[in-house]
Design a protein around this ligand. Structure first.
Ligand SMILES: [Zn+2]
Length: 241
């Protein structure tokens, strides 16, 4: 994870978010009334639910997706993998929309994430809070929190493994929920990231011998648009002049 500067709100949200929220609340009220009415027909309840889903899904506007894609350089807010090479990615609600309906169309609550980080096995509606009710997970766009103060990026050159460990409770929540070290199901994430970081260290050896192309490639790897740039900044940047 790296800090990301939030861009300005897309016009479609500025124009419509209040209206969309009103319609979503109305649709939800109608659904709740029908769902608890003993004489309601199943078809009526299903139709009411469909209206809720339609009202909720307005946030999936292409202009919103494009703005998030640009803001995050096509990378996942949480695992920093490049998303848009192989999939369209997901619009992720930092505060879950199932709990915070009022934030469904709020620009400041929207992030860009890969399908796996967004999956129910990882973030889904998992949103742990500390003892004061504050989120343990990290919003990289909040302008206050640098995720890298909570996470440690460790390269094991002998095992050839690039690991990300939480430095504190918040970092450990990120590490665990997104399975950043492949303890559960995301072994391919760790394998892919480790192979990539291994190549960077091979380039570093060339760079230290004065290879200008290697130096240029490593500088690119430290750019915020590069995959796993947090790792490159922590482990490679200190060795570049
Ligand atoms: Zn991800």
């Amino acid at each position: 994870m790296i800090p990301v500067v939030r861009s300005s709100q897309p016009a479609v949200l500025r124009k419509n978010s209040a209206k969309w929220l009103t319609k979503l609340r109305e649709a939800q009220t109608q659904y709740q009334v029908l769902n608890s009415a003993p004489d309601a027909k199943i078809a009526q309840v299903k139709e009411a639910k469909r209206r809720v889903d339609n009202a909720q899904n307005k946030y999936r506007h292409s202009a919103v997706k494009d703005a998030l894609d640009n803001m995050f350089h096509g990378k996942c807010a949480y695992c920093e993998s490049k998303i848009t090479i192989v999939t369209y990615g997901a619009i992720e609600h930092f505060f879950p929309k199932s709990v915070h309906i009022e934030l469904t169309f709020e620009w400041r609550n929207l992030l860009f994430s890969c399908d796996l980080c967004n999956d129910v096995n990882h973030k889904g509606t998992n949103f742990p809070l500390d003892g004061n009710g504050n989120p343990l997970l990290i919003d990289p766009t909040d302008g206050i929190t640098d995720p890298r103060t909570h996470l440690e990026f460790v390269w094991d050159g002998i095992a050839g493994v690039a690991s990300i460990f939480g430095r504190d409770q918040r970092g450990r929540a990120v590490e665990t929920i997104f399975d950043l070290n492949g303890i559960n199901r995301r072994k391919e994430l760790v394998n892919h990231r480790s192979r990539y970081i291994k190549r960077l260290f091979a380039l570093l050896r060339l760079a230290q011998q004065g290879d200008n192309e290697a130096i240029a490639l490593l500088r690119e790897a430290c750019d915020p648009s590069a995959e796993y740039s947090a790792f490159a900044l922590a482990c490679i940047r200190p060795y570049l002049s």
